[in-house]
Design a protein around this ligand. Structure first.
Ligand code: GLC
Length: 548
């Protein structure tokens, strides 16, 4: 398979990708039917979020059985066919391994609940009285991270939903079980893995109250995480496969270790700091405009830091947990197309492996839901209640969800301007924005200037120009808030990416000389005869190259 440094990954959320059997829920056969479309983007790998047997309280991130397919999505034969059909088209499947926790419906947890000591040791059970959880740690979905089991007179840890019990990675048997899961899917021809919140797997030896935070400092990048990852990778023989760890609230130093090839852990990391620049006081549920200087500074620190220490970034704006980037940092109105293209280019020319999340390549926007009944996500519905308890009015809480809910990224893929955007013949499990009439695959296929075709160009450029794959990176116009710009350099190529992050025209602090350079891409028509760029139009993005 393709070298991960030269690759682009397409992410699918199967529940919302394409519904082949008309039940309103996307499925595996739906993905198979759309493989030619995915191939047409030029991507090398497809990462699918989980479709294993699950009660779906967290849409499949609550796994009941790692080796069986949820009938909602299809059968094992469908999955085998998906792998084979993708392979035939030169694309590899990456599966999503949720190994920090299982569903409380998993057979292991059921045995633990029945009091079998061997299985209780698969999870994190602590003694305590019913009215005092072992620590004050908070669940990422709101409320305490502990749940009391009266029959056992113990509490169990759940960093996420109460139905997602954290596994005890200090137990070697747990680690062996999880290795077997990897081997199972590897034998089926899976070409890579994404590991869900994998930097949270190693919990501290002592559980204590967090007097300054929600507990994350005790278990994030925990004491044995590097050791456990090395062991997992070594014993399953996946060193040469593409692997990406989703790293929650991690640090640059840890991500260097996770992804530096000498450490033999993972190919690359997802980190999220750059997607918190619009969290007021670091709180996702408090709105503010994105702090662009902070965004630039964070991306620079991570890009340069990873390069200097041979780490590797997954570069992305969108996934199934994030609101749509064009709604968040671009413009849903007048400059919709320009801003979607600028945001795409600003990420795709970086050093790292780009990930495209389904619908991002169309410039899909947030959902536009106005009623709490439209939301499906457990985090969103929990936080709606929490926000009301904190004294927000329903309208205020809905405005916050409108910007921050994970459901914004989970609305059905917009295929056509027909009913339900061509996603399904029947009412989809979740609603969709009205703009599917204009923002859809069919319309964008016909428009050479579409966002979709721009993404295709970006993917193709990465294949064509080694400087995009492995050039060094240095940032320019660093103090200019509106301008996100960098130079990528190899021995014989120099690439310049200049982006206006705002909807205002900006004058560059210094003119940018383009003489001797060729324009590779831009989201506006070039100004005829222009020898240097002095101003950037709203959301303008230009990519230039010079070859020696
Ligand atoms: C990751 C997943 C998210 C899920 C959580 C718990 O962050 O991307 O969707 O809710 O882990 O598994």
């Amino acid at each position: 398979m393709a070298d991960f440094k030269k690759s682009v990954v397409y992410q699918i959320y199967p529940k919302s990708f394409y519904d082949s059997n008309g039940d309103g829920v996307g499925d595996i056969r739906g993905v198979i039917q759309k493989l030619d479309y995915i191939k047409s983007l030029g991507v090398d790998y497809i990462w699918s979020t989980p479709f294993f047997v699950s009660p779906m309280n967290d849409n499949g991130y609550d796994v009941e059985d790692y080796r069986r397919i949820n009938p909602l999505f299809g059968t094992m034969e469908d999955v085998e066919e998906l792998i084979a059909q993708a392979d035939k088209r030169g694309m590899g499947l990456m599966f999503d391994m949720v190994f920090n926790h299982t569903s409380t419906r998993h057979a292991w947890f059921k045995k633990a609940l029945a009091g079998e000591p061997e299985y209780m040791d698969y999870y994190i059970f602590k003694d305590g009285s019913p009215d005092a959880p072992p620590t004050n740690w908070q669940s990422k979905f709101g409320g305490s991270a502990w749940e009391y089991v009266p029959a056992l007179q113990k509490w169990y840890l759940h960093l996420y939903d109460v139905t997602q019990a954290d596994l005890n990675w200090d137990n070697p048997r747990v680690r062996e079980e999880l290795k077997d899961v990897i081997r199972f899917w590897k034998d089926k021809g899976v070409k890579g893995f994404r590991f869900d919140v994998v930097n949270l797997i190693s919990k501290p030896g002592v559980f204590e109250d967090d007097t300054v935070g929600d507990g994350r400092r005790f278990y994030t990048d925990g004491p044995h995480v590097h050791e456990y990852l090395k062991e997992l990778v070594r014993d399953t023989g996946i060193q040469d496969m593409i692997t990406v760890g989703e790293m929650s609230s991690t640090s640059l130093d840890n991500c260097i270790r996770y992804s530096n090839p000498a450490e033999k852990e993972l190919s690359m990391c997802f980190s999220f700091h750059h997607l918190k620049v619009d969290y007021k006081n670091g709180n996702k549920w408090e709105l503010m405009e994105p702090d662009l200087l902070k965004l630039k500074e964070l991306l620079e620190t991570w890009q340069v830091g990873m390069e200097q220490h041979e780490g590797w970034n997954a570069v992305f704006w969108c996934n199934h947990d994030q609101p749509r980037i064009v709604s968040r940092m671009g413009d849903e109105g007048k400059y919709w197309k320009e801003s979607a293209k600028m945001l795409a280019a600003s990420i795709h020319m970086l050093r790292g492996t780009p990930y495209i999340y389904q619908g991002e390549e169309l410039g899909m926007t947030n959902a536009g839901f106005t009623d709490i009944s439209e939301y499906r996500d457990v985090e969103s519905t929990n936080y709606y209640q929490i926000l009301l308890e904190e004294g927000k009015t329903p309208q205020e809480a809905l405005t916050i969800l409108g910007a921050r809910s994970r459901d914004n990224g989970r609305t059905p893929m917009q295929w056509t301007d027909g009913e339900y955007a061509g996603f399904s013949e029947n009412t989809p499990w979740i609603g969709l924005p009205e703009n599917f009439k204009t923002i859809n695959v069919e319309a964008e296929e016909q428009d050479p200037d579409s966002v979709l075709n721009y993404y295709r160009k970006l993917v193709a450029l990465r294949k064509e120009y080694p400087v995009i794959q492995d050039g060094s990176i240095r940032f320019i116009y660093r103090d200019q808030r509106e301008v996100f710009a960098y130079r990528r350099v190899t021995e014989n190529q120099e690439l310049l990416a200049v982006n206006n992050l705002t909807g205002e025209e900006v004058t560059l602090a210094e003119p940018l000389f383009c003489k001797g350079s060729r324009r590779l891409l831009g989201n506006y028509k070039p100004v005829p005869g222009q020898e240097c760029i002095k101003t950037l139009r709203p959301y303008e993005s230009v990519v230039l190259i010079r070859e020696y």
